[in-house]
Design a protein around this ligand. Structure first.
Ligand SMILES: Cc1ncc(COP(=O)(O)O)c(C=O)c1O
Length: 429
């Protein structure tokens, strides 16, 4: 997601941060000499420099200075069981000596594909990729080939990876003529208008079922099934981007919200902590990739479905049971309630949103707009107390975050909210 420009935080939180993290400062400086801005991806950067971590275990991360953090980012929501999950580690230790990649299928690839087809109701076949971005790119390509139409319809503010056609509606980019048209998330009429205007040119609607930008926006009741119905009426396909929200139910967000997409893109935790993406769908649609057929769609990828990702993914998904999902969701709800109460008590306008095990925590101003400077202060004040969440206030839980870690977080966040409220008063803005 786009990182909005925020001034460098000042005040006690920034001073404490500099004192606690000198080794992160030094390595960040070294990193800036060889990488743009000292980092290798846009997500996660914050000023003055990001924490440099050294190791993780379960819900915890430790930085180069030995500080411990309860992690609420899990590498951009890509580690559903937290860091260094022992069952995944054991499976990887067992798999690595046999080699890391080869051409053609493998036992672990077929086992994982079978498991995904069993678990996801709309999946008869799957194709592996290496990232979520690759999965959404491939699904886009398949939809265009299957329908012979050029346009993809997406929501403003929805993120589907680092691919030009799917970046419309982000970073100030509008409709991309001949490629992408935009509508408003949650507003079925704006989708109807897009079909009224571009109807028989639209190959597919791509959906992020829950938006995660400052505010976590859950879909209004019935919105997603209505989108599917609309697409069907106009001969367009529905691509569900479930890279983040597969976590919402055993069979993913389609199960939770009651609809059946044509193609489902998975990524993030689907590889058990190893890079992986997946496109799942009907035998007919995925059949476009069948190399036995004349004129099939060429889709390469040297590391697609490599044994490490398949081995780790299979273990991680097997352990993501409905019970564990419900437990994560309950804990997240407790955190949401506590953050709302604590911010009210200290007089800070914190808008807490969320769905399932995902939370948005956004400091807002009198007009209800994000107050990015105060948000940046709260972010550092939380880090100073050992709670690490995303720079835009996004938080997610993992299955190994237990009540002890949650209680500890609630205490630390109460302190961070108090300090932020004090700071805000002192700036008299
Ligand atoms: C909804 C969604 N789709 C796709 C992607 C892209 O996944 P990746 O970073 O693995 O390319 C992301 C990443 O943040 C995402 O949140």
């Amino acid at each position: 997601m786009k990182a909005p420009y925020v001034e460098e935080p000042t005040g006690p939180a920034a001073e404490a941060y500099a004192e606690r993290t000198p080794r992160s400062a030094a390595l960040s400086e070294e990193a800036r000499r060889v990488m743009p801005g000292g980092s290798t991806r846009a997500y996660g950067f914050f000023k003055p420099y990001p924490v440099v971590f050294e190791r993780g275990s379960g819900p915890y991360l430790w930085d180069l200075d030995g500080n411990r953090y309860v992690d609420f980012t899990y590498n951009g929501l890509s580690l559903i069981h937290g860091h260094a999950y022992p069952p995944v580690q054991e499976a990887l230790f067992e798999a690595i000596p046999r080699g890391t990649a080869w051409v053609g299928p493998s036992r672990s690839q077929v086992d994982y594909a079978t498991m995904l087809c069993d678990r996801i109701p709309s999946a008869e076949h799957v194709r592996f990729t290496n990232t979520g971005t690759e999965a959404t790119m491939l699904a886009t390509k398949l939809a265009r080939r299957a329908t012979g139409r050029p346009l993809i319809l997406k929501s403003i503010g929805a993120y589907h990876g680092s691919y030009d056609d799917l970046e419309a509606g982000l970073y100030g980019i509008g409709n991309l003529p001949g490629r992408t048209v935009l509508a408003r998330f949650g507003d079925i009429e704006s989708y109807e208008q897009a079909f009224a205007e571009f109807g028989d040119e639209i190959a597919a609607i791509i959906i992020e079922p829950v938006l995660l930008t400052f505010r976590v926006a859950a879909p209004p009741e019935g919105f997603l099934p209505a989108l599917v119905e609309l697409a069907r009426r106009h001969g367009a396909l529905v691509i569900l981007d479930d890279c983040l929200m597969f976590r919402l139910a055993y069979g993913g967000s389609a199960e939770k919200y009651g609809f059946a997409p044509d193609l489902t893109c998975l990524g993030k935790f689907i590889g058990g902590g190893v890079p992986m993406g997946v496109v799942a769908g009907s035998r007919e649609l995925l059949g476009l990739l069948d190399s036995r057929r004349e004129g099939s769609v060429y889709h390469g990828g040297s590391f697609n479905g490599n044994p490490l990702a398949c081995t780790a993914g299979l273990v991680a998904l097997t352990d993501l049971t409905a019970e564990r999902i419900a437990q994560m969701d309950d804990r997240a709800e407790r955190l949401r309630t506590t953050l709302r109460d604590a911010s009210r008590t200290v007089g800070l306008q914190l808008e807490v949103t969320g769905e399932g095990s995902v939370l948005g925590s956004c400091v807002v101003d009198e007009a209800g707009e994000p107050d990015r400077e105060t948000g940046a202060y709260l972010h550092l004040a939380a880090i100073d107390r050992g709670v690490f969440f995303g720079p835009d206030g996004e938080m997610a839980l993992c299955t190994t975050l237990d009540d002890e870690a949650l209680d500890w977080t609630i205490d630390a966040m109460t302190g961070a909210l108090e300090e932020t409220a004090e700071w805000l008063k002192s700036t008299a803005r």
